[in-house]
Design a protein around this ligand. Sequence first.
Ligand SMILES: *[C@@H]1O[C@H](CO)[C@@H](O)[C@H](O)[C@H]1NC(C)=O
Ligand SMILES: *[C@@H]1O[C@H](CO)[C@@H](O)[C@H](O)[C@H]1NC(C)=O
Ligand SMILES: [Cu+2]
Length: 142
Amino acid sequence: MRFSSLLLALLPAALAVNIAIQVGVDDNLTFTPVQTTANIGDTLTFTFVSKNHSVTTTTFSGHVCPPPNGGVGPNGWDSGFMPVLNPGDPELTFVYTVVDTAPHFASCKQDGGTHCRSGMTFALNPTADMTWDEFIINAIES
Ligand SMILES: *[C@@H]1O[C@H](CO)[C@@H](O)[C@H](O)[C@H]1NC(C)=O
Ligand SMILES: *[C@@H]1O[C@H](CO)[C@@H](O)[C@H](O)[C@H]1NC(C)=O
Ligand SMILES: [Cu+2]
C-alpha cells in the first residue's frame, strides 16, 4: 500500500513532458498549436518567433480582450512582452509549468487587445463545455 502510493506520487513527475508552442509563425497573430492538453508537472515552452507578443491568461468569456497584466488566475501566467529583435535568441522563450488540471485560456495583450480580438488565442486543457473554438469566438466578439 505504502509502496504503491509512493509510486503513484512519483509517476507524474517521471513522465513529465515538454510541449513546444510557437508564437507568431509566418508573422501571423497565432499560437502553433492553438491548444494542448497537459498533465500536472508538464511544461509548456512558448517560443516567440516574430513581432512583439505576449502569452497571457484571460477569461474564457466576457471581457476576454485584452488579457490583463499578470494574467487571470488561479494559476494563470503572463510572459510579458517578448519583442523579437534577434530571432532564435534563447531569451525569447517563456516556460510555464502546469500546476493544475483546470482549463486555462490565453491570448496576447499587445496593442490594447487588437491581437486578441483578431483571434490570437491558446487553450490549455480545454473541456467539452469550454472549447478553443468557442474561446476564439468569445475573443473576437469581446
Ligand atoms: C499565416 O497566414 C497566412 C495567410 O492567412 C496563411 O496562409 C498561413 O498558413 C498562416 N500560417 C500559419 C502558421 O498560421
Ligand atoms: C513591445 O510592446 C510593448 C507594449 O506595446 C512596448 O511597450 C514595447 O516598447 C515593445 N518593445 C519593442 C522593442 O518594440
Ligand atoms: Cu500579439
